[in-house]
Design a protein around this ligand. Structure first.
Ligand code: CA
Length: 291
C-alpha cells in the first residue's frame, strides 16, 4: 500500500501498476496544482501469488473524499480499504453481490468514522471495478466516473450522482451547460451519509484491447472523452507501453491544464482474448481431491 509522501499532504501521491498475462493495470493520484492535500484515494487488489483469499477476482477502487481536508482524506481511505478488506474476507459469491456488500460495509465504516471530532459532513464517492470472465462489474456511488474506450469511441459507463447529472438526465440542461454549471460538484448520493444509500451496479462485457478508465472529477473536469479515446489509443498501438504509463500521462496532462482539484485515475487495458478466470473456475484449479 502506498504511503503519504509527506506529512500534511493528505493521501499524498499514489502510484502503482503491473503488466499481467491478460491485462495491464496502473493507477496514479496527485493533489494537483492548487491543493495542498490529496483527499482522493486509490488502491488495487491484484494477486500475482496465491494468498488466503486468492480466489477473488482483480479489484480496483477509487474514492474522492469530501468534508474538508482532515475529513475527506480519511473518508476516501476508510471507504477504499474497507472495500478491499471485505472483498478479501467475506465468502466468495457472485461478483455484483460481493461488490455491493463490500460497499455497504464501507458506507457504515465511513459513517462511523464521521462521528469523530472535526469530521462532521465527512463523505466520499466510491467506485469499485472487478474483472471476471469477459466482463467488468462496477459498483458506484457519487460523481467519480468509469469510461470504456473501445476503438475510437469513449463511453461513460456510470451516471453522475450529482444535481447537475440529474438535470442532464432529465434534459433540463445540456452536457455542455453542465460542464460549467456552478452546482456541478453537489452530490445527490455519497458514501457515509445515508445508511440505506443506493449503490449502482454496472456490468460491462469486455473485449481484447478495451481500455477501462476510472477517474475522479479532478480528471474528467479538464479531460474530454475525445482526449481520453485519443490517449488510450496509444496503449493499443503500443506507443504507450503500459497502463501505468497512460495513468501517469493522464494525471500530468490534467495537472498541466491546471486541474482545480485532486486528480486520480485507474487504467486497465485488456490485452488478451482469453477470459479472466471466473471465481468458480479458479476455485476448481486449487480444490483438493477428496481423500
Ligand atoms: Ca474531487
Amino acid at each position: 500500500m502506498a504511503e503519504p509522501e509527506a506529512p500534511g499532504a493528505g493521501n499524498g501521491r499514489l502510484r502503482a501498476g503491473a503488466v499481467m498475462g491478460k491485462f495491464s493495470w496502473g493507477y496514479s493520484s496527485d493533489p494537483g496544482p492548487y491543493r495542498d492535500h490529496n483527499e482522493d484515494f486509490v488502491a488495487a487488489r491484484v494477486l500475482t501469488t496465491p494468498d488466503d483469499a486468492w480466489d477473488r477476482p482483480p479489484l480496483f477502487v477509487l474514492a474522492d473524499g469530501m468534508g474538508g481536508h482532515a475529513a475527506g482524506e480519511v473518508a476516501s481511505r476508510v471507504a477504499t480499504e474497507t472495500v478491499l478488506d471485505l472483498f478479501a474476507s467475506s465468502p466468495v459469491g457472485a461478483l455484483p453481490q460481493m461488490l455491493r456488500n463490500a460497499m455497504r460495509a464501507a458506507n457504515l465504516a465511513v459513517a462511523e468514522a464521521a462521528t469523530g471530532k472535526g469530521r462532521k459532513g465527512m463523505g466520499t464517492t466510491l467506485l469499485a471495478a472487478g474483472l471476471s470472465g469477459r466482463e467488468a462489474v462496477l459498483g458506484h456511488v457519487g460523481d467519480s466516473r468509469a469510461y470504456l474506450v473501445r476503438g475510437d469511441s469513449c463511453t461513460q459507463l456510470t451516471n453522475d450522482h450529482s444535481r447537475v447529472g440529474e438535470m442532464v438526465r432529465r434534459r433540463m440542461i445540456t452536457p455542455e451547460q453542465a460542464a460549467t454549471h456552478p452546482a456541478r460538484s453537489q452530490l445527490t448520493r455519497s458514501i457515509g451519509g445515508d445508511p440505506l444509500v443506493q449503490i449502482d451496479l454496472v456490468r460491462q462485457p469486455l473485449e481484447r484491447n478495451d481500455v477501462l478508465i476510472l477517474c475522479s472529477d479532478g480528471l474528467w473536469d479538464v479531460t474530454s472523452r475525445i482526449e481520453l479515446a485519443e490517449l488510450a489509443a496509444g496503449l493499443v498501438d503500443r506507443s504507450t507501453p503500459t497502463a501505468l504509463a497512460l495513468a501517469d500521462h493522464l494525471v500530468s496532462d490534467a495537472v498541466q491544464k491546471g486541474a482545480a482539484d485532486n486528480v486520480s485515475v485507474v487504467v486497465i487495458h485488456l490485452t488478451s482474448e482469453q477470459p479472466i478466470p471466473p471465481v468458480a473456475r479458479r476455485r476448481l484449479l486449487f480444490r483438493r481431491s477428496p481423500a
